[in-house]
Design a protein around this ligand. Structure first.
Ligand code: SF4
Ligand code: ZN
Ligand code: ZN
Length: 341
């Protein structure tokens, strides 16, 4: 059987997009995903020269694909993209992720903001911290990641934090929230969440990119990433089941997933999503209460609130990555060299 050819240029195809009824070569597949990401950034008002975006890169397929695409857009549009990796201290898993991220940023010629939680949590990784706190690992992990991402974005004076959530992730969280009739959670799963009460805006540039295409993109472009799964990841979660269900529906109705997300985001706006309203009186991070959850939990576990120390460690990591001397204070570090064009 003849190898399928790209519908645009006739070169050998690497993918057949059922929802678009189109085979594409490597270059045009890249173009296709870039247009998707551009669409989200444009609607969020972020596709402009000088826009500062912190890209949270875990070392998995989605965020690695995201960083590669954002690096391309930084060259074409003059965005300032700052890759941030949080080493969560989850044994060999974290070591694999970190190596993958280091290879990726060096290939892209971007300075990496690297935050190691062990340095602040008295030698503990997230699992030990969670165990001492008597809380589920993933909930503590999520809290630590949110805290560090926001602190890094604040230190940089960034316009938004970009995460690698893909279309399948968004659908899984939306449907799960719908089942629980949790309006607040549902409203969070839009492509863009504006800044609110001190929390930096979030953007999800892969909102309209299916998980399988984020993976395929990483493979065909030889992007460094790891297939390893976190040992704490829940098996057979409701999110996984929802993803399988929607993939079956997508087979019968190509384009159903994108259609669903577009209708969902058109009908809703993130306004009205209650954000944090205070600043933590100990560390100054955005917080729902008087003291933020990071300070509260670290105080309980380590006998002192570690928010100020974590914010200092993040600010130092930012300064180190950007090659600026310490003591420049909070708010706006200077721009890194972007891309290798
Ligand atoms: Fe953190 Fe849980 Fe994700 Fe592992 S699976 S990285 S512990 S949130
Ligand atoms: Zn082509
Ligand atoms: Zn605090």
């Amino acid at each position: 059987m003849a190898r399928p050819r790209c519908a645009i240029c006739g070169a050998p195809a690497v993918v057949y997009l059922r929802y678009a009824r189109m085979a594409l070569c490597r270059e045009h597949f890249r173009e296709h995903l870039l247009r998707r990401v551009e669409g989200v950034l444009t609607r969020a008002g972020l596709l402009r020269r000088g826009a500062r975006i912190v890209a949270a890169v875990s070392g998995g397929k989605d965020s690695s694909t995201l960083l590669d695409l954002l690096a391309e857009l930084s060259r074409s549009y003059g965005l300032q993209v700052y890759p941030l990796h949080i080493d969560l201290g989850i044994g060999e898993y974290s070591a694999h992720l970190r190596r993958a991220v280091e290879r990726l940023v060096s290939r892209l010629g971007l300075p990496l903001i690297l935050v190691e939680v062990r340095r602040v949590l008295r030698g503990d990784g997230v699992p030990e911290f969670a165990r001492r706190a008597g809380r589920p690992t993933c909930s503590v992990c999520g809290m630590v990641k949110r805290y560090v991402m926001n602190a890094a974005a604040e230190a940089l004076g960034a316009d938004a934090i970009a995460t690698g959530h893909n279309a399948d992730d968004a659908i899984a969280y939306i449907v799960k929230a719908f089942i629980g009739q949790d309006e607040e959670q549902m409203a969070k799963w839009l492509p863009y969440t504006p800044p609110s009460g001190g929390a930096v805006a979030r953007v999800r540039p892969l909102y309209e990119v299916y998980e399988r295409y984020a993976l395929l993109y990483a493979i065909v472009n030889r992007i460094p990433f790891t297939h390893e799964e976190c040992p704490y990841r829940a098996r057979n979660s409701m999110e996984d089941t929802i993803k399988e269900m929607f993939n079956r529906l997508e087979e019968q109705h190509p384009g159903l997933k994108i259609g669903f997300l577009r209708r969902f985001s058109k009908k809703r706006s993130a306004e009205g999503v209650p954000g944090p309203v205070n600043r933590c009186r100990i560390c100054g991070a955005p917080s729902q209460g008087e003291v933020c959850s990071f300070c509260r939990l670290t105080e309980r576990v380590y006998g002192e609130p570690l928010g100020p120390e974590m914010r200092r460690a993040v600010a130092e990591a930012v300064e180190k990555a950007l090659g600026v001397s310490s003591g420049s204070g909070r708010g706006r570090a200077s721009a890194p060299p972007q891309g290798s064009s």
